[in-house]
Design a protein around this ligand. Structure first.
Ligand code: GUN
Length: 284
């Protein structure tokens, strides 16, 4: 069996166009467009690519984007003051601080200062707690984007065995909460996990987010499984690849995401959904 491709390019474009229609309806009714503040410190190449994509999708979605580019040596106090200012600004619906932050800044402290109703990344402990308690408000973008992809397969997730490879705050942990909310049976694997291969072999759904090229071997994939690859790794030859050995895995899986053209595009499209949701929630 050759897997069907979960095409992030097509699905993310549909999501952004849905957001656009909702924004246009809001504006037509006399309300202002949603506004997203994106703060970037320094010039990390990967972060610049992410932020560039965010600006482009904001334009497509009709969302006002306020971009603050600061030098890498900006002090923690100055960054906190900027976040506090955006918290107070009634015209701003979403605040995103691009990660990773320079080492001299305590990222947790910055995330905790963001007003949870403007936390469009869904990283604030309040939003993670709400997701854990089955009452999500703003949900982390990558895991929410993965759930959108899973919905598109038409397969009922309830009762499925889901294995997540990687336990990061941005992907693995919130992904586990999302899959649990959808009533999957969830296993989170990490660097201390024993016999990863057998755990993956038993999975109906595999989500890989470790940042190591081809870490999940294609022949570990169970026949008919859904494989979601969150990894975006650059190889020596300059090409991008995921955490899963795609060419082998696609011969066993029922559904699989490509890299590039899979989850990465969904993250930014979901950010547009979250920004729209934050704007509506704040007005309520
Ligand atoms: N860096 C890599 N992914 C993300 C993300 O989803 N949000 C933020 N703020 N930074 C990131």
């Amino acid at each position: 069996m050759t897997a069907q491709i979960l095409d992030g390019k097509i699905i993310s474009a549909e999501i952004v166009s849905d957001v656009r229609a909702k924004v246009d309806a809001r504006v037509a009714s006399g309300l202002r467009a949603p506004a997203l503040a994106v703060i970037l410190l320094g010039s990390d190449p990967a972060s610049q690519v992410y932020v560039g994509n965010k600006k482009r999708q904001c334009a497509n979605a009709g969302i006002r984007s306020i971009d603050i580019d600061l030098p890498a040596d900006t002090s923690e106090a100055d960054l906190l003051a900027l976040v506090a200012r955006f918290n107070q600004d009634d015209e701003i619906d979403g605040i995103l601080v691009q990660l990773p932050l320079p080492k001299h800044i305590n990222a947790e402290k910055v995330i905790e200062l963001i007003d949870p109703v403007k936390d469009v990344d869904g990283f604030h402990p309040y939003n993670i707690g709400r997701l854990a308690l089955k009452m999500p408000l703003l949900r982390p973008c990558t895991p929410r984007g993965v759930m959108t992809l899973l919905e598109r397969t038409g397969i009922d997730i309830a009762g499925k065995d889901a294995v997540i490879v990687g336990a990061s705050n941005i992907v693995g942990r919130p992904q586990a909460l999302e899959l649990l909310l959808a009533r999957a049976t969830v296993t989170i694997c990490h660097s201390k996990t024993r016999d990863l291969e057998n755990k993956v072999r038993g999975a109906d759904i595999v989500v890989a987010g470790v940042g190591i090229p081809h870490f999940v071997k294609g022949d570990w994939i169970k026949a008919g499984a859904i494989v979601i690859d969150v990894g975006i790794n650059r190889l020596q030859n300059g090409k991008l690849c995921g955490d899963v050995e795609f060419d082998v895995a696609k011969e066993k899986a029922a559904w699989i995401t490509p890299v590039p053209g899979g989850v990465g595009l969904m993250t930014v499209a979901t950010l547009m959904q979250n920004t729209f949701d934050a704007c509506v929630n704040r007005a309520d």
